[in-house]
Ligand binder design. Structure first.
Ligand code: TXA
Ligand code: MG
Length: 355
């Protein structure tokens, strides 16, 4: 077991000496968790194969699921990729730094392990002063998947990182809760038209406005499991975002959802299960389950996204057996939230109908 150092930093003006310490660790090939605007990432020097291998091991992540490579400047992208198309340039200008990951054809500079043997690489510039300071001070691109044990909900607080990785990594930079709360949108630019492989912090609607033509890969909607050979994003074939509790997702029109959630909660209760309900401000008082939590108002999907992973983890600390989750609108950040909930449920999706 390692000793994991907890380094509290100011999220706006991170203390120089703490960033230096963290950057020294990265340069030595060690593992440092750090905040981004989306979720906490677990960082390693992306050009050091040994460090990246250790990263996979610490997270218990399958070796066929590559992490995202984070850079501090657009100029750092050039040596990692074969070419930057005009489309990519436009997107980088408009959305970076920010929660958009772009898939490029990769150059020989990137080690095989960092891209899981693929001929493409996923890159983004995060919009967080701590992440940017760390990237600048480290002088290397940083490979950083979410800083959780593979399959668990992503961490939005340093506390979540330690729950999963204490003793397995070298340090955590703690700058408080992250603001967006779901991971970046992954956009594949190597196909025509570009395809969203994972919906995230940059809404589909915003990309559509800039690209005009952009497709949502079926896995991004996560209606059901997609056969492995069709899953362009390697991550999708693995279990994701799931708390220990079983998750059941109820979709439909809100009044029908309410009825169905209540009915399911009562029936699981009768089986002697401890039941959690993942509700919203508009509906929470309607339920009488063991643990009822609200994501926020259905009218504010930014807040809903921010609370999602934290609440999924809370059901586990409450020892809930089954979580019944309300479906949400698919607009804006709602698309990312629904993708995470559908996957967390293992596609146990109940369609509620109003008659
Ligand atoms: O917001 C985020 O994206 C966070 C923060 C830390 O930046 N990172 C994150 O990384 O969520 P990770 O590794 O948990 O998710 C990366 C996703 C996975 O679904 C992976 O399969 C996909 O990006 N991915 C990585 N490289 C890819 C590639 N070359 N082609 C297609 N998908 C790729
Ligand atoms: Mg992840």
């Amino acid at each position: 077991m390692k000793t994991t150092q907890l380094l509290k930093v100011d999220s706006q003006n991170p203390e120089r000496e703490k960033i230096r310490l963290a950057a020294d660790l990265i340069r030595r090939g060690d593992l440092v968790a750090f905040p981004t605007e989306t979720v906490y990432g677990l960082g390693a020097d992306a050009l050091n194969p040994k460090a990246v291998l250790a990263l996979f091991e610490a997270k218990k992540r399958p070796l066929d699921n590559p992490p995202i490579v984070h850079v501090g400047n657009v100029s750092d992208v050039y040596r990692l990729v074969v070419e930057i198309l005009p489309k990519a340039e436009t997107l980088m200008k408009k959305f970076w730094p920010g929660p958009l990951t772009l898939i490029f054809e990769r150059s020989e500079t990137v080690p095989d392990v960092t891209v899981a043997g693929l001929d493409t690489v996923a890159i983004r510039i995060p919009k967080h002063n701590v992440a940017l300071a760390l990237l600048r001070e480290s002088h290397c691109p940083i490979a950083a998947p979410s800083a959780n044990i593979a399959g668990k909900p992503s961490p939005t607080m340093a506390k979540h990182v330690l729950e999963d990785l204490n003793g397995r990594i070298d340090a955590v930079l703690d700058a408080g809760p992250t603001s967006i709360g779901v991971e970046s949108t992954v956009l594949d630019l190597t196909v025509k038209p570009p395809q969203i492989l994972r919906p995230g912090g940059t809404p589909y609607e915003a990309l559509k406005e800039v690209l005009r033509e952009v497709r949502l890969h079926p896995i991004a909607v996560a209606e059901k499991e997609v056969p492995v050979e069709r899953a362009r994003s390697p991550g999708v074939k693995h279990k994701h975002y799931a708390p220990n509790a079983e998750v059941v997702l109820v979709e439909g029109e809100i009044s029908a959802i309410k009825k169905k959630v209540k009915e399911l909660a009562e029936s699981y209760s009768r089986e002697g299960k401890k039941v959690g309900v993942l509700a919203t401000d508009e509906t929470a008082s309607y339920y009488a389950a063991d643990v009822v939590r609200s994501l926020g108002s259905r009218g504010d999907l930014m807040i809903v996204a921010r609370n999602l992973f934290k609440l999924l983890r809370e059901f586990d600390s409450e020892g809930v057996d089954v979580v019944i989750a309300e479906g949400l609108p698919f607009e804006g950040l709602g698309l990312a939230v629904m993708n995470r909930l559908r996957k967390a449920s293992g596609y146990k999706i109940v369609k509620a109908n109003s008659h």
